[in-house]
Design a protein around this ligand. Structure first.
Ligand SMILES: [Fe+2]
Length: 193
């Protein structure tokens, strides 16, 4: 298929200086889900309003995030995805794009972009030609993910999948997905997927 995968995601191959520390602490956090099958994430505040979420000061300790935080104004989140689950096809409601990292190789933890228009969830025909793009993560490396293109995640493995995500909001970011990809390419990073 002739298309540019960089429109959807780019594996920067840049390591994160904060990932190991967060992964080792993953069971110490308070995990929260909005219910109704909503995703699990580290709870941000306790009942008294005290911050108990991911320490946002870690952004300044990560080379890539630090270099863009002044324009992206993003937030660090840690998500977990239990075995045997999948998301609906969706575009992120508030995120323009995300900078994501998975910690371990997980061939059966699958993230897909939808390559053609249509409502895959509701069609009653067998759309065997519905084209998708699997996202090839490199563990412990940052990957830029275009959250405004329909995507989903399936965890078909028997292990929980954890995702570190620096989420960049549509309404406050001064940096677009396309800008960041172009800047990294100009800097000799993210040269190919
Ligand atoms: Fe999403």
């Amino acid at each position: 298929m002739d298309f540019d995968s960089k429109k959807y995601y780019v594996d920067t191959n840049l390591p994160s200086e904060i990932a190991t520390e967060l992964y080792e602490k993953r069971e110490e956090f308070t995990w929260w889900s909005g219910g109704d099958g909503s995703q699990f994430q580290v709870k941000r505040k306790d009942d008294a309003g005290k911050w108990i979420g991911i320490n946002q000061d870690l952004i300044a300790k990560d080379s890539l995030l630090k270099s863009i935080h002044g324009r992206a104004h993003g937030e660090l989140h840690l998500f977990k995805f239990p075995p045997g689950r999948m998301y609906n096809w969706h575009v992120d409601g508030t995120n323009l794009f995300n900078i994501n990292l998975v910690f371990e190789e997980s061939p059966m933890g699958i993230s897909l972009f939808k390559l053609e228009e249509g409502d895959y969830d509701k069609t009653t025909t067998h759309r065997s030609l519905s084209a998708v793009l699997p996202v090839k993560y490199t563990p412990m490396r940052w990957l830029i993910y275009n959250a405004q293109i329909p995507h989903t995640v399936l965890n078909l493995s028997d292990k929980t999948r954890y995702l570190l995500s620096y989420t960049i909001k549509k309404d406050i970011s001064e940096l677009t997905y396309t800008d960041l990809v172009a800047e990294l390419e100009a800097a000799g990073v993210a040269g190919g997927t």
